[in-house]
Design a protein around this ligand. Structure first.
Ligand SMILES: C[C@H](O)[C@H](O)[C@H]1CNC2=NC(N)=NC(=O)C2=N1
Length: 101
């Protein structure tokens, strides 16, 4: 079944469970401060594995020791869906495994 866009209220409820994540421009996003560039790159590798297993992919931007993650669902017209909030939870797990908050 195709993912449906979440309502504004559903997005707010989902973000209440995702501290640090924000909604804007039809995407949910978060920035992580890593220990250094290699730590940020290592986190990208782990997130990439999670994304491949889910078949859903965030935009990942590394700027030295910062990693920005931003996602929406292309197949839902570029809106936020449950696929995005599920991926955000999985990325949070990776971050906590890497000691990044
Ligand atoms: C076939 C494949 O699963 C789809 O193209 C996936 C790939 N990754 C994706 N990632 C995101 N963010 N949105 C999508 O709609 C999407 N579609």
């Amino acid at each position: 079944m195709a993912a449906e866009p979440l309502s504004q209220q559903e997005i707010e409820e989902a973000l209440a469970e995702l501290p640090g994540w924000t909604f804007g421009d039809d995407r949910i996003s978060r920035a992580y401060a890593c220990e250094g560039h290699l730590a940020a790159a290592a986190m990208v590798g782990q997130i990439a594995r999670v994304q491949e297993s889910l078949g859903h992919h965030a935009d990942l931007t590394v700027s030295y020791d910062k990693l920005k993650v931003s996602v929406n669902t292309h197949s839902a017209g570029g809106k936020v869906t449950e696929l995005d909030t599920e991926l955000a939870h999985r990325i949070e797990k990776v971050a906590s495994e890497h000691g990044v908050s």
